[in-house]
Design a protein around this ligand. Structure first.
Ligand SMILES: Cc1cc2nc3c(=O)[nH]c(=O)nc-3n(C[C@H](O)[C@H](O)[C@H](O)COP(=O)(O)O)c2cc1C
Length: 219
């Protein structure tokens, strides 16, 4: 992805994208040639397989693409909270104070880790699942949809050249932290997505092969 796209986003420029519902790499090529800034590849309500999506992304070449999140029941069961600037250190201090008050953690190293928890990157996005209890769409599906929103956020940021990591840890599952973040009783933290500019290229780890994870159904 060209660096200039990221710079244009940073500068607050308005970037225009068409929504592509057709499984047609030719159409994608034409739209790219027409000069759009990025493409919205509609994969939720258009009959696109992973293979056809891959063809479309490849046809887009250097033009950035975004893909929407499946959302059973159109419940939009997620929201985002931005932690940036001074809020990162303040939130970390509140977490450390919480642990001291509970008598849970007293070592200075552990408390420093809490204070610095959110300062490890310039931006942390809390992805929150907003669950509707008793709905015909099970809560597990709503939570999955929120997880997909988190993953798309991570993927999109990485596609733009940012570094990102999905972290949870105890603050993701703590009711007092949830209240501090302003969550309602029907909400929970799905992830803290840490975002920034990578300072170094990390070595990759061995990846499972797709073929080894796939079996045909045995009937
Ligand atoms: C739900 C969820 C929670 C995670 N929480 C943590 C965490 O708290 N700490 C951590 O080191 N990695 C956590 N990870 C894993 C990292 O996000 C990441 O997947 C892992 O470091 C492997 O990264 P890689 O595939 O780029 O090697 C979590 C992943 C998921 C899906």
């Amino acid at each position: 992805m060209p660096h200039s796209f990221r710079e244009r986003i940073h500068s607050g420029e308005k970037l225009i994208a068409p929504m592509v519902c057709l499984d047609s790499p030719e159409v994608v090529e034409i739209l790219c040639a027409a000069g759009y800034d990025w493409l919205f590849l509609e994969a939720e309500h258009a009959p696109q397989s992973p293979q056809s999506l891959q063809r479309l992304v490849m046809a887009a070449r250097d033009v950035p693409c975004a893909v929407r999140v499946p959302d059973h029941g159109k419940l939009t069961p997620w929201r985002f909270i931005r932690i940036a600037g001074d809020s990162r250190a303040i939130l970390g201090q509140r977490l450390a104070a919480m642990l001291i008050e509970r008598g849970a953690e007293t070592s200075e190293a552990a408390l420093r880790k809490e204070r610095e928890r959110f300062t490890r990157s310039p931006l942390v996005i809390v992805v929150v699942a907003c669950l509707t209890a008793g709905h015909k769409v099970p809560e597990s599906e709503q939570r999955l949809s929120a997880g997909l929103a988190a993953y798309n956020l991570l993927l999109g940021a990485q596609a733009l050249g940012f570094g990102g990591q999905w972290l949870t840890g105890w603050p993701a599952y703590d009711l007092e932290v949830a209240a501090l973040l302003g969550l309602d009783s029907h909400e929970c933290v799905v992830s803290f997505i840490y975002l920034g500019s990578p300072r170094e290229q990390l070595p990759d780890r061995p990846r499972p092969s797709a073929a080894a994870r796939l079996r045909d159904i045995a009937l």
